[in-house]
Design a protein around this ligand. Sequence first.
Ligand code: 1CP
Length: 333
Amino acid sequence: MSDIKRVIKDKRTDLNPIWIMRQAGRYLPEFREIRKKNTDFIKLCLNSNLAAEITLQPLKRFNLDAAIIFSDILILPYGLKQHVEFRKNVGPILGDLNIDQISKITENDFIKRVDPVYKAINLVKNNELTKNKSTIGFVGAPWTLLVYILNKQSPKIKLKENFFADFSLIEKTLKMIDRFLKIHIKNQIDSGADIIQIFDSWAGLLEDKDYNFYIYNPTCSLVEFTKSLNVPVICFPRGIKNYKKYCEIVKPDAICIDYEVDPIKIEKEIKIPVQGGMDPKVLLTDKDNLKKEAIKYLDIFKDHPYIFNLGHGILPETDPSMMDYLVKTIKDY
Ligand code: 1CP
């Protein structure tokens, strides 16, 4: 069993495992080298050999406790035949959604389209570098996927004014997201993922009154499903106002916190294993400050099952030597 699983399942507090969101990606020159030659991002995700190689790149450099598969949450709409492309300096742009056409897509159609992701997981799982480590599979949370699928671009740019107008479309789309996310989770697990993380990157866009319908109910459905397959599930509801309530309702096996919340309050209020928290911008400062901030989190959670991670993805401008120093600091604690 990996140390991350020991923390989650056995509630160990004497271990300090670490992995980093977006650890496989743009801050690594060896990733940029591959990316330069592969301009179509979705195609790159669907190249099993390259996806496995990119997944393993950070493990070659740093003593991390998990590999997270190089893929994207938008592989789901891609699998549903919605056009997805990534434009430089703009982000993802999605095509029109024809809900009736999408309703005809079968489980087999979907699996055929995204199968290289499962092959990549299998390659990672069977590689020496992940021995005694976790291989993390992931999905976007239903709400965050609904945002991309209906908004067709990042809400960072703009959330359509009429986003909530067609309630029947929203209901149908959420139903389909639930169905295919379960297929995607199951296949990642069958291929070797031993932990699933659910990314709700846009949870912070909603108000309390919408949480039941858009966040709690659909996420509960996925959490229960993943637990039924005997695999731990970590939830990351970035920007949610009340993490304690989220944990009580959604009941993930571990909760990943963002960098806006007070870790001391979280440690007091939340009983389940905690992951993450440190601001990724700390890696852009200096080593003394990085050490101080990282140790702050370890000290706060020293008697709490805790997995070190950041409060969002590592930034592209991060110097890999800072990542190296961070991992060593955690391992030497
Ligand atoms: O080179 C490039 O331009 C591609 C950049 C890139 C990378 C490296 C994108 C585009 N996706 C990824 C990989 C990725 N995405 C992983 C791989 C494993 C890892 O190293 O962690 C994971 C887990 C994701 C998850 C993801 N994709 C999220 C959730 C986490 C988060 O950061 O909030 C989201 C929201 C996406 C959508 C997405 N994919 C890529 C971009 C630029 C975005 C964000 C778009 C936006 O700003 O709305």
